[in-house]
Design a protein around this ligand. Sequence first.
Ligand code: UDP
Length: 380
Amino acid sequence: MRQQEIVIVGAGISGSVLAERYACQGKKVLVIEKRDHIGGNCFDYTDENGIIVSKYGAHLFHTNDREVWEYVNRFTIWQPWEHQVVARVDEQLVPVPVNRNTVNLMFGENLQTDQDMKQWLEKNRIPIDQPTNGEEAVLNSVGLELYEKLFKHYTKKQWDKYPDELDASVLNRIPVRLNEDGRYFSDRYQAIPIGGYTRLFERMLDHPNIEVMLNTDYADLRDDLTGFEKLFYTGPIDRFFEFKKNLQEKLEYRSIRFEFESLDMEFFQENSVVNYPGTEVDFTRIVEYKHFGNQKSSKTTISREFTVDHGDPYYPVPNPRNQQVYESYRREADKLSNVYFVGRLASYKYFNMDQAFRCSLDLYHQLEEESVVTTNTGLD
Ligand code: UDP
């Protein structure tokens, strides 16, 4: 029998923040991780070409949350990185999110000012009061042609659902710009960790009070874990209750299959991420890792991303049916004392990285009534 005070299931962002916080407070922490590495889906490594690649897809940190930004800076050094995405449409590369250049390139327009773009949108958008799903959200903001060419099929490939089967919030993640700003995000702080994300997690978890058990499924250990003060569960909430006969309805998650390829050429494509929003290919995007942080190598590594419904859960699927199923799990979760559900999979929310940091920090503060984050810089 193990005698840890704090048990944490999952060594991704949510679990690592709580582990780090409680360890600094002097608690003995046990982190149980099913995979053979820490870092969750942020995990990256240096491959045979000497390039840092992300095993589970590109992760671009961006936030307006100063406290979160200061927190992540305690553990590693970050370099500014303003992510840009282009989409391959009709044999040309156009900026995503939609901005003035996107419209000029796709429709042979010559819009010069924000006002020109505003007028173009007014002419083309289909006004819908309070869009109730992803299709209405896009039609309302950019109109039918951009919807068809950039969003409809990409979304079907990504979610195996058309935008009208998803909450408006999914498509509303992507803004529309009147100017020529080609950045994917607008946040104040945008950066990538020098040397990769794995190092960040190593430093967060490098504490004498933290024990990490890799290759360990919580379900196998559940009965041995007694006497703990608190348990934080960051895995899929429905899996936690798998043993309950009255809760059998499963939540939907999307997973990604990555096809990595090493190429004997300097660059494969001109940008780190190229989206393929059309039906001509099955994958959603190609990521060329070398671009991130301007890495040097005589070769390059790319990854094609195919979204699938089996495999490790990555994305919750936000729609009314899943929200309803989630609520039934949530009610069950609320009955437990000293067990807390936190993070993207356990909260069934499409969190960005900074939101995952924020939720864990908030939960910690709420439970420990501590407002100031203290000690452990994690830096050498
Ligand atoms: N999306 C799209 N076309 C694009 C980019 C995004 O239709 O070229 C839609 C798609 O439904 C996607 C959603 O917008 O799931 C949110 O995109 P985001 O880039 O935030 O997805 P993530 O990077 O989390 O996979």
